[in-house]
Design a protein around this ligand. Structure first.
Ligand SMILES: [Zn+2]
Length: 343
């Protein structure tokens, strides 16, 4: 199956009332782990690469690996997504490679650190939407600023510093025409999200519910949504790792989000923890000896998330629409998101 439009994948998720995990990749083993899990659970899936990943793996290596994944798994709809694009050029180069979706994170300036103004965010995001939609490519925007830093990208601070304003979210969606919108409701990037066990109300659900009510057709995205399971932290520390105790977003909170319009859930840290390599047999030095169990450990975590988010068993629900057809849909208005219901 060729790579599919993320818009189609998320529209289907909205119809089915489930969420889709978006998993970050940097190398072959991570891609294989995700595909092992998608195959086992029969899940449509979003694979995403940050700017750092594209630099680390080199664009062509990474993209050819994704194409291989699509060819080897014709029964699985896969969308390939640029995570946290910082500029028009980053998004343009991803589209040129064949990515079917891009995130233009205009909440920050091009340095990926300084918060941008609302008007700057609207302008750059709209520019990317116009360019991408003409080519059938999906666009995710961001309004509000997420906490933490990942891959050198992020404003830092706590997830509660810049919570999304629902009225601004509406204006942003109307003026840019984004397909998906990342909102800040208290999550943050990286492994250190909360310093004590969250009490079950860590996310600003009231904000999420309001935004979904105003923007029923814009797919909401949760970033920084790893759960950072204690078992994985313990295993890493058992083998000489030095992780300080930390807590992630409880899966039940994410599931509550999914009930209220969240369709894309970004997970990176959990998979990083799972694929961390342990030297159990120091006398061995073949990469296969340690990459195989690491890959299996990651596949297990991904499969678990796929089941928890509800995407499992939905891979065969629909036929992929070609990117050319999607482009026509944007042009003739059938795919244009009509954001506003009465406020
Ligand atoms: Zn993110």
């Amino acid at each position: 199956m060729p790579l599919v439009s993320m818009r189609q994948l998320l529209d289907e998720a909205a119809k089915g009332g489930y969420g889709v995990g978006a998993f970050n990749v940097n190398n072959m083993e991570q891609i294989q782990a995700i595909m092992m899990a998608a195959k086992e659970t029969k899940s449509p899936v979003i694979v995403q690469a940050s700017r750092g990943a594209r630099k680390f793996a080199e664009d062509l290596y990474l993209f050819k690996l994704i194409q291989a994944a699509a060819e080897l798994n014709p029964e699985i709809p896969i969308a390939m997504h640029q995570d946290h694009g910082n500029s028009f050029e980053t998004c343009e180069s991803a589209i040129a490679l064949g990515y079917t979706s891009v995130m233009m994170d205009g909440s920050l300036k091009a340095d990926g650190k300084t918060p941008a103004t609302f008007e700057e965010n609207v302008a750059i995001t709209k520019q990317v939407v116009d360019y991408a939609h003409e080519r059938g490519v999906t666009v995710e925007g961001e309004i509000g600023v997420l906490g933490g830093v990942e891959d050198g990208h992020g404003a830092g601070g706590s997830g509660l510093d810049h919570i999304t304003d629902p009225d601004q979210a509406v204006e942003f969606a109307e003026r840019t025409g984004v397909d998906a919108l990342a909102i800040a409701i208290g999550t943050s990037h990286g492994a250190y999200k909360f310093t004590s066990k969250p009490d079950g109300s860590v996310l600003k659900m009231d904000v999420l519910i309001k935004i979904h009510k105003y923007l029923p057709n814009t797919h909401l995205v949760m970033h920084g949504s790893s759960s950072v399971p204690k078992e994985l932290q313990d295993i890493i520390n058992q083998y000489g790792g030095k992780l300080n105790p930390t807590w992630g977003v409880p899966v039940e909170e994410i599931q509550l989000g999914i009930k209220n319009g969240v369709r894309k859930i970004n997970v990176d840290t959990d998979n990083r923890l799972a694929i961390t390599v342990f030297v159990e047999t120091p006398e061995k030095f073949d990469p296969r000896d340690y990459m195989k169990p690491a890959r299996e450990a990651m596949a297990k975590v991904v499969a678990q998330r796929m089941t928890q988010f509800g995407q499992a068993s939905h891979a065969g629900d629909y036929k992929p629409v070609s990117i050319e057809e999607i482009a026509k849909g944007y042009k003739n208005g059938s795919l244009v998101t009509k954001p506003l219901v009465s406020k």
